[in-house]
Design a protein around this ligand. Structure first.
Ligand code: KE4
Length: 447
């Protein structure tokens, strides 16, 4: 028997002749909210910026996920980036099962950590050593401390609209969830913790020069070289070069936060697309194959300042967990074996975004699109988006209507205008064309 609440909401889901049954997600969400803040373990999942109720997912299979009401969706979120091989990849599954049979965790060195570290180091001239942690937030927090300890300076520069995880000194005008909630700097972060964080504008060299004019104590500049947390906004090549020059001139380190773009934009992340080389790189998502992992790497001269050989402390109980390491190692080995993989993913991403653009223009809906490797984004915006202010001018109400209607069509897109979508290796042209066809129908109904 439906509760009154459920009936009311269900009515909302009834499309012309199309009833998308999501009763169990509705009921589970009510239950979850009683014991988990907002009913979710990460804010963006709550669907607050797009409306409606988050789907409770039962399982994934290849390019698809199934909610607990047995509705099937093609998944362009892929757990916010990690699942480049889609759900239940047989090789990654086997490596995890194999690892689990030998034990879950030891809190002691294992050879698989060295193997995965070597796989990553071998890809980047600028990385001689890498340390694993359990999330992207931890990787960036550790990289910032390393930069501060290495330079002996306290200030850092970040960019409006970039999100680098939720460590205190970086929750200043963050992108991603914080923007979605319209709370650019979160309560609970003491002003003292952020007074060393200078804000600059993405793709705007002058704003960075101003930071260096205002502070002679800058330890590092941190940037998403391909921003994915204000929607998909790549940095201009000359802008990144200017960051390199300013850091060199002022004795600061340049940090590329590639937690999202790493192994997603190309096999070398953003560094496979631009010439600028950072001093420190952070990773996450794909390098864990779907398990919790983060990492940060740099030249040995920088990394060796970390404890136990150096004085800069950084640690973690499950850092380098062998189950996660095996998942990540399998994923990276698969990525390295197929030289055409990223070309195929980018071609599919372009097929999707070009199709969306054409479908939107047929309905006079302004749509800006962007692609970098397997990453894609779109803005309901009249103008090209080059920075956070531009992104904020997007029509988030139109985005919400599009998101909800595509969900009803079985298409699972990121539940915020300020996120990025992903193509996985198990997607093909037929699937993409089907999504474009659905988008055509949806644009017609929401314009
Ligand atoms: P995690 O702590 O969530 O593993 O990583 C933080 C992080 C750091 N740097 C970049 C560039 C990131 O994109 C992220 C996390 N990305 C978001 C999605 N935009 C994670 C999703 C969420 O917060 O639930």
């Amino acid at each position: 028997m439906h509760s009154i609440f459920t009936c009311k909401v269900l009515k909302k889901f009834r499309k012309k002749g199309k009833t998308v049954e999501r009763r169990r997600s509705l009921e589970e969400f009510e239950k979850a909210k009683k014991v988990i803040p907002g009913g979710v373990d990460s804010p963006v999942r709550a669907f607050k910026s797009v409306g409606g109720t988050p789907l409770f997912i039962e399982r994934g299979e290849g390019a698809y996920i199934y909610d607990i009401d047995e509705n099937r969706y093609i998944d362009f979120v892929q757990s916010w980036g990690p699942l480049i091989f889609g759900h239940c990849d047989k090789d990654i599954e086997a490596s995890v099962i194999g690892a689990i049979k030998k034990g879950l965790s030891f809190g002691a060195p294992t050879t698989v950590e060295t193997e995965l570290a070597s796989e990553i180091v071998s890809l980047f001239d600028g990385i001689e050593k890498i340390r694993f942690v359990s999330s992207g937030t931890e990787a960036v927090m550790s990289a910032i401390r390393l930069a501060r300890g290495y330079t002996g300076r306290d200030d850092i520069v970040k960019f409006e609209g970039c999100y680098h995880g939720h460590s205190d000194s970086l929750l200043v005008q963050a992108g991603s969830g914080a923007v979605t909630f319209g709370s650019p700097s979160s309560p609970g972060v003491p002003a003292d913790f952020t007074k060393h964080t200078l804000l600059a504008r993405y793709n705007d060299t002058t704003s960075v020069e101003e930071c260096f004019n205002n502070s002679k104590d800058i330890a590092c500049v941190i940037i998403e070289p391909i921003a994915g947390n204000m929607g998909l906004v790549p940095a201009d090549e000359e802008f990144l070069n200017s960051l390199r020059e300013l850091c060199d001139k002022n004795g600061a380190l340049l940090i590329f936060d590639e937690v999202m773009s790493g192994f997603r934009a190309s096999l070398k992340g953003a560094q496979g697309k631009v010439k600028t080389k950072p001093d420190i790189v952070t990773f996450g998502k794909v390098i864990g194959g779907g398990m919790p992992v983060g990492a940060f790497g740099a030249k040995a001269s920088i990394m060796d300042r970390l404890s136990p050989d150096g004085p800069i402390y950084q640690a973690g109980t499950l850092s380098g967990n062998p189950v996660a390491m095996n998942a990540g190692l399998t994923a990276l080995k698969k990525l390295k074996t197929d030289p055409k993989l990223y070309e195929r993913l980018e071609t599919l991403a372009l097929r999707l975004t070009n199709g969306l653009k054409e479908a939107a223009s047929e309905c006079d809906i302004p749509l800006q699109t962007e692609v970098r490797g397997s990453m894609f984004g779109f803005f309901f915006n009249e103008k090209e988006v080059k920075n956070f202010d531009d992104a904020l001018k997007s029509d988030t109400k139109m985005f919400a209507r599009f998101h909800q209607s595509m969900l009803d069509e079985g298409v699972y897109l990121a539940c915020s205008q300020f996120e990025t979508g992903f193509i996985s290796t198990v997607m093909d042209e037929e699937m993409i064309d089907e999504v474009v066809k659905k988008a055509k129908k949806v644009f017609g109904s929401i314009k």
